[in-house]
Structure formats: C-alpha cells, structure tokens
Write a protein that binds this ligand. Structure first.
Ligand code: CA
Length: 367
C-alpha cells in the first residue's frame, strides 16, 4: 500500500470511528431498553384489577416504543399475593401491583393511601394525590422501603356487603362473623362483630356454609361474578368502609430512579391513564350488574340505617385516631388526610352532595 493511500484510509477510518463514537454515546443511552417483571396481588384475568395491570404493561410498551417491556405475573405465579411489596422492595422484581392496605403490617401509614372509612371517594383521593400533596406523602412513606408508588386504579364507592340476615342497628352486629379487611374491619370489630380474614377463593364457600354471616367484596360488577347472591340475600349499601379504594403500581426505587427522565414521565403518565381507566370500568359496569342482581337474582338491596351509619362514623374516627398514634408517619399522614378532607369536604357539600340530591329521584332501579 502506498503511504498516501494508507494515510487516506487511516484518516477515513479515524473519521468513521469518531462518527461512530459520537453516534454511540448519546443515542445508545437513549435507546437502552428494559425487560421487567411485575407481580400482582390479583387472581389471573380478574377483570379491571389484573386486566388493569396487564393493560398498564401493554400501554407502557406502546408509549415507550418497546423500551420498557413488562411481563406480568398474577398472584402466586411468581410470589404469593401478600409478598408483592417485599419482592419489589428487595428488587427481586422491578414492579408490583396491589393495594397499600395489604402491607399495613409492614407500613401502617400506607393504609390511608388505599382508603379510609368515611374518607375520600375516588374524586377526593385523586384530588389529594394530584392536587393536595398526597402522592408526595405516599412517596415519602414508601421511600425507606426502597419503593416508589403510583395510583393505578380506583374501585369507586364499594358496597357495604352481603348479609345472610337483616341488620337494623349496630346491636345486630354483636357476634356477627364478617369477612372485612383493613380499617373497616377494625371498626366492625369495635362495633362488636367478629372479623374474619379470608382469601378471595374461600369467601363464597364460607358464606354458603354459614362459617361467616356476612362479607364485603367490591361492588356489583365483581360481587355478581363471585356469586354471593346464592349464599346471602341482603345486599347493603353504601360501602362506608371503602368509599374509593385506590389500587397501586409500585416500582423498586433504584430501578425507577435509574431511568432516563422521559421513561419516568412515561410511567407517570400511563399510571395516571390506568388510574382513570380502572375507575371508568367500575363506574360503567356497576349499574347494570346491580340491576341484574335485583331482577334476575332477587337480591334485597338495603340501605344501612342512618343511626347505624352515625355510630359507625363515630367508631371510625376513634379507630383512625388509635391507628395514628401507633407511629410518627401514620400520625403525619392521618393529620394531612384530615386537613385536606376538611378543605375538599366544604366544597363537596355545595358541589357533589347538592348535585346528587338534585338528581336522586331521576334514577330508579327496576325491582
Ligand atoms: Ca372491599
């Protein structure tokens, strides 16, 4: 090779190498892709809850053009339902989906971010998260556990539950065996009920055989599917104990913090989308399911007596105060929740409350 040719080729080679280096530095970082695992607390294909987690993974892959791919595992497929938080915290998996009150034993302050008896409805809790500092407080609560939370859905106001006998006052709750989790369960226990905790798969059989006298679950859409109407004929409302339960998607903090900003933004946006999507599915499906329960399955729809609601509200305030005293973060979250509730409550009285009263008589179920 002539020396001139060699120099020419060498210089082309150097230029090409320099160009390749220039190309490889920034775009390679931007093009890095992630393959994650998500574990959930829900049975496979459970509508809205598990299908919402599946939808989250699908939408995130779409909006990131495949840069984040998540393989979703239902409860028990990779870890048991109640080990989801631990698995994400330890980094065994990158993502989890469930509800904060499932980890109350480990993170007591987390319960306020799912739902509080006589607390916020879906609109109220979303206002707290996105407009009242609630999400920052939730992040602060989970940070010591190396977990980042995002709201990922809401059931809306739940139903009060299925009872084998009529309930006319809190006196009828004495000795009543009821499956009811969370803070609501603590309130029922204080009212004299015997609170039983059962996994989803055991509830129907226990109710049918009279092992329990009552159970709550979610709302008409999901309760119809569980077949509770075959075992109990009194369906009470409203679900004072879960007026707008928020579902969560959780990320290992190191994984989330290590992402480029655009992918963090994609996660935040898709979480918000699924939060709205899930609530919309419940709101769209509950009315028809309730009508089916009444007309096809001859269920007695009964409203809890006002006197009973007044007593349960009083007991709820006591339970919340007792829970808040257990650790400093619970105190901080409870006080923030209460303060925000007073502020939005004033507005709700003249907006939602007054509006619903004005249209209440326009809608009626066919009995
Ligand atoms: Ca429930």
């Amino acid at each position: 090779m002539e020396r001139r040719d060699f120099l020419k080729k060498a210089s082309i080679g150097t230029a090409a190498a320099a160009a390749a280096t220039a190309l490889s530095v920034r775009p390679a970082r931007a093009q890095k892709s992630y393959n994650w695992k998500m574990v959930t607390t829900w049975p496979p294909n459970l509508p809205v809850l598990q299908t919402g987690a599946d939808r989250f993974a699908k939408r995130l892959a779409e909006v990131t053009e495949g840069r984040i791919k998540i393989q979703v595992f239902a409860a028990g497929e990779l870890v048991p339902a109640l080990s989801v938080f631990d698995a994400v915290s330890a980094g065994t998996v990158e993502v989890g989906s469930g509800a904060a009150y499932y980890w109350a034993g480990k993170v007591p302050a987390g319960q306020w971010f799912t739902t509080v008896p006589f607390g916020f409805n879906a609109q109220g809790i979303n206002a707290w998260f996105y407009g009242g500092g609630g999400l920052q407080l939730w992040e602060e609560t989970y940070a010591p556990f190396n977990v980042v939370p995002r709201p990922q859905g809401n059931t809306g106001v739940q139903m009060g539950g299925w009872f084998r006998k009529e309930i006319n006052s809190t006196a009828d709750l004495k000795g009543l065996k009821m499956r009811i989790p969370g803070l609501g369960g603590k309130v029922m226990a204080k009212a004299g009920a015997t609170v039983v905790l059962l996994p989803a798969g055991d509830i129907f059989t226990s109710l049918e055989r009279g092992v329990i006298d009552a159970t709550e679950w979610v709302g008409p859409l999901h309760d119809l599917r569980m077949g509770f109407y075959k075992a109990a004929k009194y369906y009470y409302y409203p679900g004072w104990h879960e007026p707008g339960s928020c579902l969560e998607v959780i990320f290992n903090k190191k994984v989330y913090d290590g992402l480029p900003k655009d992918l963090q933004a994609a996660i935040d946006a898709v979480s918000m989308e699924i939060n709205l999507w899930s609530l919309s599915q419940f709101e769209a499906g509950n009315g028809e399911a309730l009508q089916d329960l009444i007309t096809k399955h001859k269920v007695n729809l009964v409203r809890f007596p006002d006197s009973m609601m007044d007593q349960l509200r009083k007991l709820s305030a006591e339970v919340l105060e007792e829970e808040a005293q257990k650790d400093p973060q619970s105190r901080k979250v409870h006080d923030a929740f209460k303060k925000f509730k007073e502020r939005v409550g004033v507005w709700g009285t003249v907006s939602e409350h007054a509006f619903y009263n004005s249209i209440a008589e326009k809608y009626s179920l066919k009995g």
